[in-house]
Design a protein around this ligand. Structure first.
Ligand SMILES: *Cc1c(COP(=O)(O)O)cnc(C)c1O
Length: 431
């Protein structure tokens, strides 16, 4: 039976899909083509993408400038190892990133870039870097991390340890992963006092603090404001705790500025990038460090060097795509586009607030969130959205939009209208 783009293919047996209960969950839709802000399914329908393929495709799909650059690079050198060798795409990318990351030109600038192939690995690199920083300084007990409820930093063991402890994705691994110091993001004078106390008490064991600045993404799309972020940062500075910003989701314009840290005017010691780094074309991630962190690894002792090196790190094809993506940020009004999306989301999603099952509507940059009362039937909702010809995938109790920045007004309207239509229907079903 052909049903809404879901086509049974016997080869599906061999695909083990992400976050999927393979016994009960419906088959996936088959995508056959992408263009601009849209994804084409095997049955011929084009869906407007409200998620930018897990927040990566910031310039939309198949952007000619990126594709052309990649074609060129593909012919010359798709890959070469990074041990003992370097190449123009990586040299160019590292210096360009250093020149735009928070703190640019100051003594705190994030001037040293370590490349890897996925966000989770960039996080592992950051945690390992912070741990070895203290080892190299002769403080071996500083090996734990302060992190937050509702946080999401990836799926590998180290990254999981700094995620929300109760989140369904990771709660089952309790006991199997390192124990960290997990607390709430403080949001009052009293809570800040408690927070600072926590850092004081544990100070000698803490290597660093890790946070998704301004927007906690996959852990529930919770926002906090710039003042909270800068207060947390200042407390870390006071207690000599390395501040690690995970901008894998927020980086490259998503929250309205190039990086979320820019809005709070803070410069982390270590920053992780991924997702939109290559404009959503190919996997790549980076961990950037300031001179303070970097210099702790400089020594006449070999074993003080940073002992890490993913096989495909700084892949030339990916670095070329990332350079082309940076060109697009330089030569287009991407942040203005984000502002326009923000304005439209603010107006159009506000209409959802009156629907009985809605508990909150919030918008930051090109991120729009409608939070609904639990329990929700995620599979019904996801399926229902495709009938509106949009690709929107709610998780937990949030329906969110993070569209490509190049989306046009009509397409965005279709997305916000679909959200309103579907949650109204959901409210009727649950009334
Ligand atoms: C997606 C994400 C990660 C993990 O990145 P992967 O490329 O999926 O490994 C880490 N941190 C944040 C904030 C993310 O959004």
């Amino acid at each position: 039976m052909r049903k809404l783009g879901i086509i049974k293919d016997p080869r599906l047996t061999h695909l083990w899909r992400p976050y999927t209960q393979m016994k009960t969950e419906a088959n996936p839709y088959t995508a056959v083509e992408t263009r601009g802000a849209q994804i084409k399914l095997l049955d011929g329908r084009w869906l407007i993408d409200g998620i930018s393929s897990w927040w990566t495709a910031c310039h939309g799909y198949n952007h000619k400038h990126i594709i052309d650059a990649m074609h060129n690079q593909l012919d010359i050198m798709p890959h070469v190892m990074f041990g003992g060798l370097t190449h123009e795409p990586a040299l160019k990318l590292s210096s360009r990133l250093a020149s735009i990351l928070p703190g640019k030109k100051s003594s705190k600038a994030l001037t040293h870039i370590f490349f890897s192939d996925s966000g989770s690995v960039a996080i592992e690199v950051a945690l390992k870097m912070a741990t070895q920083y203290w080892l190299n300084l002769g403080e071996p007990n500083r090996n734990r991390f302060v992190c937050f409820k509702n946080a999401y930093h990836g799926d590998t063991i180290g990254a999981m340890s700094v995620c929300d402890p109760d989140d369904g994705m990771h709660a089952i691994f309790k006991g199997a992963i390192p124990e960290q110091i997990i607390t709430e993001i403080p949001n009052s004078i009293k809570k800040f006092k408690e927070f600072e106390k926590l850092l004081e008490v544990n100070g000698r064991n803490i290597a660093g603090l890790i946070i998704e600045p301004l927007v906690q993404a996959a852990g529930g799309l919770k926002f906090h404001d710039t003042e909270i972020l800068s207060n947390i940062y200042n407390i870390c500075v006071r207690h000599n705790i390395l501040f690690i910003a995970d901008e894998i989701a927020t980086g490259f314009g998503r929250t309205g500025s190039m990086f979320a840290c820019d809005q709070a005017d803070i410069t982390p010691d270590i920053m992780c990038l991924g997702k939109a780094l290559t404009g959503g074309t190919i996997g790549m991630a980076a961990t950037a460090a300031n001179a303070k962190v970097f210099s702790a690894f400089l020594s006449n002792e070999e074993n003080k060097a940073f002992m890490h090196g993913p096989t495909f790190m700084a892949n030339p094809l990916a670095a070329t795509a990332a350079n082309a993506s940076l060109d697009l940020f330089e030569n287009n009004q991407r942040l203005e586009q984000v502002k326009t999306i923000e304005d439209d989301l603010l107006v159009d999603l506000e209409l959802c607030r009156d629907v009985p099952s809605v508990v909150d509507v919030r918008v930051k940059g090109a991120i729009g969130v409608v939070e609904i009362k639990e329990p929700i039937d995620i599979h019904w909702l996801r399926h229902r959205f495709t009938k509106e010809n949009v690709w929107v995938r709610p998780f937990d109790n949030v329906i969110y939009l993070m569209p490509p920045f190049i989306i046009n007004k009509g397409e965005l309207k279709t997305l916000t209208k679909a959200v309103l239509t579907v949650i109204k229907e959901w409210a009727l079903r649950t009334a």
